[in-house]
Design a protein around this ligand. Structure first.
Ligand code: URA
Length: 209
């Protein structure tokens, strides 16, 4: 637990490079985020439990394995996390989706929840918290804390680019949560952007710059 998994599959590496390129437009950016999210999801679900079932093929009966319990929840952190949701749903179509929005109080600097809609049985589900950029780790840590207070026990954090500051913070504050990322960058700059990163993920997804 509390591990950092950097997915170095060539398909992922290639797509992250395209994502970083400032020439990549919003449409292609959105498609790449979705595809990368699907590939990260593939890795992050490697250890989910299987159970044995008997299946009848057109030829005969056989013992097969299927996923034991499809109780998953995807929790995108608003707003950029939304960009990763559909890619993950392609692999986990039965997952429920909850949304969490947090902002930083300018005076206390504490994260404040401004939106929250979760599956009613979220505490019984394997939860995948998703946000493309793990920067300071402040929002991610607050979202994890918030979900723990709702009773969630099994959580993984999935992002596309992480940096040492965010990873260290999550490892310290939530050592029980594994982190999956497609890239582990050098550092944060003075404005809280990951270097070299890809810029503002929300703006590039939604064309709001
Ligand atoms: N959020 C972003 O969208 N980009 C960063 O580099 C850091 C946080």
């Amino acid at each position: 637990m509390g591990e950092l998994y950097v997915i170095d599959h060539p398909l992922v590496v290639d797509k992250v490079s395209m994502l970083r390129n400032e020439e990549t437009g919003n449409k292609e950016f959105r498609e790449l985020v979705e595809e990368i999210a699907l590939l990260i999801c593939y890795e992050a679900t490697r250890n989910i439990a299987l159970k044995e079932v008997i299946i009848k093929t057109p030829i005969g009966f056989t013992q097969c394995k299927v996923i034991a319990d499809k109780k998953f929840a995807l929790i995108p952190i608003l707003r950029a996390g939304i960009g990763m949701t559909d890619g993950m749903l392609k692999l986990m179509p039965t997952a429920k989706v909850g949304h969490v929005g947090l902002y930083r109080d300018p005076e206390t600097l504490n994260p404040v929840e401004y939106y929250c809609k979760l599956p009613s049985d979220v505490e019984e589900r394997d939860v995948y918290i998703i946000d493309p950029m793990l920067a300071t780790g402040g929002t991610a840590s607050a979202a994890i804390q918030f979900l723990k207070e709702k009773g969630v026990k099994a959580m993984k954090f999935l992002c596309i680019i992480a940096c040492p500051e965010g990873v260290e913070r999550l490892k310290k504050e939530h050592p029980d949560v594994d982190i999956y990322t497609a890239a582990y960058d050098e550092k944060l700059n003075d404005h809280g952007y990951i270097v070299p990163g890809l810029g503002d993920a929300g703006d590039r997804l939604f064309g709001t710059k």
